[in-house]
Design a protein around this ligand. Sequence first.
Ligand SMILES: Cc1cc2nc3c(=O)[nH]c(=O)nc-3n(C[C@H](O)[C@H](O)[C@H](O)COP(=O)(O)O)c2cc1C
Length: 303
Amino acid sequence: MTSNVLIVYYSQSGQLKEIIDKTTAVLLQDAEINLSTYKIEMEEEFPFPWDFYSFFNAFPDSFLQKPHKIKRIPADILNQKYDLILMYYQVWFLSPSIPINSFLQNQEAKQLLNGSRIVTISGTRNMWFLAQEKIKVLLKTNQAKLVGNIALVDHTPNLISAITIVNWMFSGVKKKMFNFLPFPGISKKTIDESERFGNILLHSIKQNEYKNLQHNLIDADAVVVKPFLVSVDTKGNRMFKIWSKIIDTKQGNQRKKFLKLFYYYLIFAIWIISPLVNLLYYIFYPFNFLKYKKQIKYYQGIE
Ligand SMILES: Cc1cc2nc3c(=O)[nH]c(=O)nc-3n(C[C@H](O)[C@H](O)[C@H](O)COP(=O)(O)O)c2cc1C
């Protein structure tokens, strides 16, 4: 029996495309799987490499989940019925990126998503937890069923990855900063090893059975949850809510001024607040042990 599987993605640097190639390699080789790919295309593309203004100007719309216009979804993609949709996405400012948000709120996409089974696969720096919650809400609105989640991240320490990713985003080149810092983004090893998830996906597709999919993915370390990062994400979301609402009301030079202030706030948050959150995390770890255990279980799950 042939199964139709659709890949939906957006990627600026091509990192997510590399992840797609690895995680779908076995699906591509299977004669009974009909794999289609749809790349989300924006009416007005975001720059890559980014410049200072465009990067921070993407913050309010990302965080407030304001959709932008995307190009029409090709008819041959829309006219198929899919057994499974693999949705590859990245996080921008603790929210699903604008292209993914725009897709999930697009009228034509609703047709694709309605009643479909979805596996989400994110490729981020390391802070994807609350963005995934926002994706869950949008999937529910579209009557789509989340059946699995894979989260690929940069495993270098939080402060190091914060420096290297900025250098990457503003230069467009994945290079070792100062010649000694690790490469930015998700490591080649992590991407190469993501091939193993393809076999787990293949098994579910072949059996047409998705009940154990997330369980099998978790067993293969597809979702590693660090409560310290969840805590930074949660606190960041609270502050971003205030900042995004303020900046959203500003235009022209006023907006530029506020975006600069937001940039200073981010530096402060990353270099002062997040190490403090980390310190408090370790001090109070024994008292919060049960809470963290629950958190890990929740964010590894798909409910
Ligand atoms: C504007 C912007 C904001 C980002 N914010 C976050 C974030 O909040 N959390 C995170 O883990 N990664 C963040 N990233 C990294 C992306 O999730 C992603 O890993 C990176 O942009 C590479 O994706 P690509 O496949 O589109 O090239 C951000 C990237 C950009 C460009």
